[in-house]
Design a protein around this ligand. Structure first.
Ligand code: ZN
Length: 284
């Protein structure tokens, strides 16, 4: 199942750039708010599996109208240093438990958004993003995937000077408006041959800058769900940015940062591609 947020309404992507409106197809039982679906995820999955979608009207998808698949998560987690090559390029040791920070939910935006750069020190980080489908507390790894609604693509955009300005408190530098693009849609794990091994890539104006597989993660998705849920209660709709592979700008010599006018493409195999356009900071 591919679930998108189209102009604030939940839609099921049926292929060929068309989608069925969930509220319309379910006679109002589910939707239209995409956020509400996660609180009733098991019932929604059961309905979607049986729904006669071929008989429902399919509407064209307007890329510009796509929003974050989980638009109002109560919690957004970011994981740092979760790929060995990335930890090495930043010169940091792999921590004993996953390095965890938050991106405040107001930073979320859609997959084709234009994002303003607050400074000349903004960096790219393509990441696999997990959306939680069931309340999770003290979940075992073997049960972890059952608590995941689905996967999507994310960019953990990061203002590197502010990120480092308060010791290990990353949250401000990672939470400017638009610093959390996600999309283009949520893909349920059953759609993927192996949800633990997906090719992910980031390019800037066509130049590939990150190219890796999620199987290179130090703590894969089931382990992240286990560790996070050991300490925190994960809630339906919560978003987890699972860490970025090597190739970020701050680790290069000389350092590289994003510039107005550039387009960042973030792709994950089996899920899709986001296109984020960068703009100069507006005055006032
Ligand atoms: Zn990150």
């Amino acid at each position: 199942m591919r679930l998108a947020n189209h102009a604030g309404r939940a839609v099921l992507v049926t292929g060929d750039d068309r989608a069925v409106d969930v509220a319309e197809a379910s006679g109002g039982r589910f939707g239209p708010d995409p956020a509400a679906l996660y609180d009733d995820w098991d019932a929604f999955r059961a309905w979607a599996a049986e729904a006669p979608l071929d008989r429902a009207p399919a509407h064209p998808i307007d890329e510009a109208a796509l929003g974050p698949p989980s638009p109002r998560p109560r919690q957004v987690f970011g994981i740092g240093l979760n790929y060995r090559a990335h930890a090495a390029e930043t010169g940091q040791e792999v921590p004993r438990i996953p390095a965890t920070f938050t991106k405040f939910p107001s930073c979320l935006t859609g997959p084709y958004a234009t994002v303003e750069l607050p400074s000349g020190h903004v960096d790219w980080e393509v990441e696999l993003v997990v959306v939680v489908g069931r309340r999770a507390h003290r979940v075992h790894e073997g049960d972890a995937w059952a608590h995941v609604a689905g996967l999507t693509v994310g960019q953990d955009l990061s203002e590197r000077v502010v990120q480092r300005a308060a010791g290990g408190q990353f949250c401000l530098g990672k939470s400017y408006p638009g610093f959390g693009p996600t999309g283009p849609w949520l893909v349920t794990p059953d759609e993927l041959d192996d949800p633990d091994d997906l090719h992910l890539r980031c390019s800037i104006d066509g130049e590939v800058v990150q190219d890796a597989r999620t199987s290179d993660m130090i703590v894969p998705v089931p382990g992240l769900v286990r560790v996070l849920s050991e300490h925190v209660t994960l809630l339906p709709g919560d978003v987890v940015f699972t860490g970025t592979p090597a190739g970020v700008g701050v680790a290069r010599d000389p350092r590289r940062y994003l510039a107005p006018g550039q387009v960042v493409e973030s792709t994950i195999e089996g899920i899709g591609t986001m296109r984020t356009r960068l703009a100069a900071r507006s005055e006032g």
